[in-house]
Write a protein of this length. Sequence first.
Length: 135
Amino acid sequence: MRIFIVSALLVACLANIPLEQYQTGESCEKSAKFNITSVTIDPFPPGNSDQYTVVMTGTFLSKETVEQIYIGQRKNKEKWHYTYQTINKEYPKGTTETYTISLQAPAIKGPYTDQITLHKSDFTTLSCWQYNYVI
Ligand SMILES: *[C@@H]1O[C@H](CO)[C@@H](O)[C@H](O)[C@H]1NC(C)=O
């Protein structure tokens, strides 16, 4: 009985650690001026047609103006489809910002890739975050 309890606790601990540290996706911009430190996608993976949110926190490594956030999505290796949100905000160097982006998951089955990018007015990329999921 004692062995059972100990191993049950151990399993609970092991299961907890990766959950807390879990990051969904990866950076797709090597020289990002907006250094992303955490991304939470809820629910992940999203289900067919689900509303889901991406909460993305990072720090500006230089003074920058964010013109838009683009959300690119593609199924398999097909064409990218883009939507965007206008931000038009200037950030002093060292500012930490959190963006909350509400999205709707596709209704067609398949493997998907999303890329979320921050852009300046000249369309230069300040950061890029990418994640995959299957609907
Ligand atoms: C970006 O953030 C990570 C995680 O907080 C940190 O380790 C890294 O040093 C930062 N990069 C720069 C260029 O500040």
